[in-house]
Design a protein around this ligand. Structure first.
Ligand code: SAH
Length: 238
């Protein structure tokens, strides 16, 4: 009789733990701790030192941008699947690209490839004017809903082919493309301000690409610098 009582009591404790754990400071602290070590080991130690970027990476709860299946790996040093054959980028690449955009608080930034919304959330910690475009309708709907209900409602989202940019709100101080293009889309160059920066992976699809930093020097002149080699999912065309 006592043994049965103890067994049921333990069962009840386990159920309570599983149900209430995600809301306790213990579990939150675990994610915070994971995030802090991600920032230290994966980002600061690899040379990212822009304070705004580090603060953003320390603030945004990356685990909320991946499905429950991958939540325990959400702070690991790699990209993760987000469904529809797409991925959320490795944290270091998110930080690196954001740092190269050299965003100021009043800057207007366009992202091509909303995906999970994580990169857009990072940008929104630095500036209030974030515009992001996604071409997969179901992913757009899911992420749009998530952003609107998780405190990121000020991010402007659009379901469209990001190759054409978002003319209505152009020009942009910065553009970030989180899918690989075979060449830099001319509409994106056109929608960049003079002095504006664009970070974009360019190269063969499903292979190694160059991550480029493009600076628009004048209406007719752009400067291109190769940052590093990367492997992004392709920029899909309509
Ligand atoms: N920035 C995302 C990474 C997403 S992966 C994140 O933080 O999670 C690249 C995304 O680009 C995918 O969601 C893919 O559907 C989207 N994409 C691919 N081609 C596109 C296009 N032409 N226009 C807009 N989005 C595109």
């Amino acid at each position: 009789m006592t043994a049965l009582f103890v067994k049921n009591y333990i069962k009840l404790l386990i159920i309570c733990f599983l149900v209430f754990c995600p809301t306790t400071s213990y579990c939150k602290k675990t994610y915070e701790e994971k995030r802090e070590s991600m920032v230290q080991w994966q980002i600061k130690d690899r040379g990212i030192n822009d304070k705004a970027v580090l603060d953003a990476m320390s603030t945004v709860p990356r685990h909320l941008f991946v499905s429950k299946l991958y939540r325990s790996a959400s702070y690991s040093d790699r990209p993760l699947p987000i469904g529809y054959g797409q991925t959320i980028s490795q944290p270091y690449i998110v930080a690196l690209m954001t740092e190269y955009l050299k965003l100021e608080k009043d800057d207007k930034v366009l992202e091509v490839g909303t995906g999970s919304g994580y990169q857009a959330a990072i940008l929104s910690e630095i500036t209030d004017s974030v515009y992001t475009i996604e071409i997969i309708e179901k992913l757009y709907e899911r992420t749009n809903e998530m952003l609107k209900t998780s405190g990121y409602e000020k991010i402007h989202t659009k379901f469209a082919d990001g190759y054409f940019g978002w003319e209505e709100f152009a020009p942009y101080d910065a553009i970030i493309v989180t899918c690989a293009a075979e060449f830099v889309p001319p509409p994106l160059i056109a929608q960049l301000k003079i002095g504006g920066r664009m970070c974009i992976p360019v190269g063969p699809l499903f292979s190694i690409q160059n991550l480029l930093l493009i600076t628009k020097k004048s209406e007719t002149k752009i400067e291109t610098v190769v940052i590093t080699s990367v492997r992004f999912v392709p920029l899909i065309r309509e």
